[in-house]
Design a protein around this ligand. Structure first.
Ligand code: F6P
Length: 358
């Protein structure tokens, strides 16, 4: 009988998850493991155990597909995190149930593909004696222990495409077009997408903004002959004298959303400019992964299986200096990787006349 590996996808989905699952299934066959894909995140570990076999056949053709073929959830019995820095303890009886199911099905190691919250849960399972390997995933690109996560590039591509489309209609109507994008506490998606899509103002959580400065930037464009503008607003951005805009908290997670409309309203009220707001929302999380995310996802999946073979339990796959390596899961949780306000990316943006409203 082949030794068995369990795998699950947890938290918000993102393009590239299926590339990871395919990488895991194929590498596992080469290294002589059998793979059980637990369904709907950690919930699949609850009795009686809900899983499907992942092999060459069941993962064939899934690389270009968005989402995850084994399902996911960012709530439920194992939700491991509330906001940045807060650790939620998973109930001991829930962990004991999961352990029993893994034992019953002879699963020797569990690969957990998830973000910050899922890694916090992974750490608790590891501490309870379950052999865990982490694979980092988030479109927000905000995990401290890895320079890049798959899903981010696809999200940025969606932002760039949206800005290209908004650009043409903005010029026709001479309007200010606001685009609200995801990212939670981090401005990476807004910053990268904004630069690639030729935005004129980018508002990110790491740089509190002033409305007067935004208006100043729009007026400056006018004096240079440009009477339309593109403004990218990260969902977590907030004015220097105000607060982030949250939607009603559902379950355990804080949910951002709505700042784009507030910024649009303020610009309209303070200028004569016609202003419109688009909230890109989950379009950033859906659809086919980019080439880069397919490759990164495949590399992460293969690395995770190798880590199981080498018994590097309690570790998470990490991308550093163009190499796929691993780090302790403990190093990956409780600290978000935010945009350095004085870093090279922000400076580059400023040098191509992008205002941060500061
Ligand atoms: O963390 C990924 C993310 O897409 C964030 O950018 C966003 O704030 C959040 O998830 C949305 O979560 P949900 O899918 O639960 O609405």
């Amino acid at each position: 009988m082949k030794p068995r590996i369990g795998v699950l996808t947890s938290g918000g989905d993102c393009p590239g998850l299926n590339a990871v699952l395919r990488g895991i299934a194929l590498a596992a066959e080469r290294l002589n493991f059998e793979v059980l894909g637990f369904l709907d995140g950690f919930e699949g570990l609850l009795p009686p155990g809900n899983f499907t076999i992942l092999d060459r056949r069941s993962t064939s053709g899934i690389m270009p597909r968005g989402g995850t073929i084994i399902g996911t959830t960012n709530r439920g019995h194992f939700a491991g995190k509330v906001g940045a820095g807060n650790r939620t303890v998973v109930a001991p009886e829930v962990i004991a149930d999961a352990r029993r199911i893994l034992d019953e099905h002879r699963v020797e190691a569990l690969i957990i593909i998830g973000g910050d919250g899922s890694m916090t849960t992974a750490l608790q399972l590891q501490e309870a004696g379950i052999n865990c390997i982490g694979v980092p995933k988030t479109i927000d690109n905000d995990l401290e222990a890895t320079a890049m996560t798959f899903g981010f590039d696809s999200a940025v591509a969606a932002v760039t495409d949206a800005l290209d489309r908004l650009h043409t209609t903005a010029t026709s109507h001479k309007r200010v077009m606001i685009l609200e994008v995801m990212g939670r506490h981090a401005g990476w998606i807004a910053l990268h997408g904004g630069i690639a899509g030729g935005a004129h103002v980018i508002l990110i959580p790491e740089i509190p903004f002033h409305y007067e400065k935004i208006i100043e930037a729009l007026r400056m464009r006018e004096t240079r002959g440009s009477i339309y503008s593109l403004v990218v607003v990260a969902e977590g951005a907030c004015p220097a004298d105000g607060q982030a805009v949250m939607r009603q908290a559902e379950g355990a997670e804080d949910r951002f959303g709505g700042i784009g409309w507030v910024v649009a309203g303020e610009i309209a009220a303070r200028t004569e400019k016609e202003t419109r707001c688009t909230v890109l929302g989950h379009l950033q999380r859906g659809g086919a992964p980019t080439t880069l995310d397919r490759i990164l996802g495949t590399r992460f999946g293969v690395k995770a299986v190798r880590m199981v073979a080498e018994r590097q339990f309690g570790s998470m796959v990490s991308y550093q200096n163009y190499q796929v390596r691993h780090v302790p899961i403990a190093d990956a949780v409780n600290r978000l990787r935010l945009v350095p306000p004085d870093g090279e990316m922000v400076q580059t943006a400023r040098d191509v006349e992008i205002s941060f409203g500061d």
